[in-house]
Design a protein around this ligand. Sequence first.
Ligand SMILES: Cc1cc2nc3c(=O)[nH]c(=O)nc-3n(C[C@H](O)[C@H](O)[C@H](O)COP(=O)(O)OP(=O)(O)OC[C@H]3O[C@@H](n4cnc5c(N)ncnc54)[C@H](O)[C@@H]3O)c2cc1C
Length: 303
Amino acid sequence: MTDLKTDKGRLVVDEYLQVPGHPEVFACGDAAAVPDLTRPGEVTPMTAQHAQRQGKQAADNIAASFGTGILQPYRHEDLGFVVDLGGTQAAASPLHVPLAGLPAKVVTRGYHLLSMPGNRVRTATDWFFDAVLPRQTTQLGVIPADQVPLETASPEQAHSRPIVPLAQMLLPCRLIGLQWDGNRSGMTVKLNEKAFEHAKQLVRKGQTTKDERDDWSEHAPTAAERNAYLDKHGWNDYSLWFLGVDDDMDEETKGHYEFPYGDFRRVHRCGVISAESRAAQYKHPEIQQALEKIHKLLDGDHA
Ligand SMILES: Cc1cc2nc3c(=O)[nH]c(=O)nc-3n(C[C@H](O)[C@H](O)[C@H](O)COP(=O)(O)OP(=O)(O)OC[C@H]3O[C@@H](n4cnc5c(N)ncnc54)[C@H](O)[C@@H]3O)c2cc1C
C-alpha cells in the first residue's frame, strides 16, 4: 500500500482517523495528518496531548468498525501547552495565558504529575531532591593514559586493565593517607623480595598487630611518620616495609615503594589485608600471593 496520500510526510486521514478510500486503515498521532475540527483547514499539531487522545479515539473507532459502538470524529480543543526545559526553565500557555520561568515550571511539572498514571510520589520526590541537592555521582570510569593508546582503532576500550571506578581508586588513597598510592602501580610494580622476607620474620617474631581491615585508616603510618622514619633510617630500611617496588620510579623516591603492610614497628593485619585486596584489584598476582602468605602466617600462630 504505497499509493496513500501524505501531507508533509504524515498520512492523510479523515476526522474518524480513517484513510480515505481505505476504511479498514486507521492512523493517528505524529504519523497522521488529522483534521483539526477546532481550526478548520488545519491539521492537529504533533504533540503528545493529541497523539494520546487520538490513540484512544482510533481504538474506539476500530471497535466501532467491527460493530461495537459508533464511529466518532476526533475533536480536541487545545487548552494550551507546557514545555519543560532544563533547570528552572519552562514555557507554558495554560488556557492561552503565556508563562515563562518559574511559574511556567510549576504549571508544567504540576500538569505532568497529574497526567502520570501512577508513581507520582516517587517522581515528585525525585524532582524535589534534584532541585535541592547537587547532581548525583553515579560512576566515573577512569582509564589510565597508558591503557588508551592513540594509535588504536578502538581507544574507547581499555587495554589489559579494567576500568577502575574513581571511588575504588580513591578509597585506598584515603585509607593510607597517600597521594594516589594504589593505581600508580602498573605493570612495572614487582614484588619486593627483601620486604617479603622481612615481613615474614617480623610475623614469626610476633612483631604484629592483629587488627581488623578497617583499622588501617587509623593505623597506617602518616606522611610525617614516613618522612621521620626515612630521615632516621634511610632508604634501605624504609624499603623493607613495602611489598611492591615500581621500577619506573627512582629508588630514592617514595613513589618507588608501594603496598605498605606495617607502621615501621609491626606488621599490621589490617595493612596486609588492605594491600592484598589492592594487589588483586590492580592485578599484581605475585604481590597478592606474598600478602596472602603473610596473612596466613598472621592468622596461624606464627608457625
Ligand atoms: C524532543 C521532543 C520533545 C517533545 N516535547 C513535547 C511536549 O513537551 N509536549 C507534547 O505534547 N509533545 C512533545 N513532543 C511531541 C510528542 O513527543 C509527540 O507528538 C508524541 O510522542 C507522538 O506520539 P506518537 O505515538 O504518535 O509517536 P511516537 O511517540 O513517535 O511513537 C511511535 C513509535 O513507533 C515506533 N516505530 C516507528 N517505526 C516503526 C516500525 N516500522 N515498526 C515498529 N515500530 C515503529 C517508534 O519507535 C516509536 O516508539 C516532543 C517531541 C520531541 C521529539
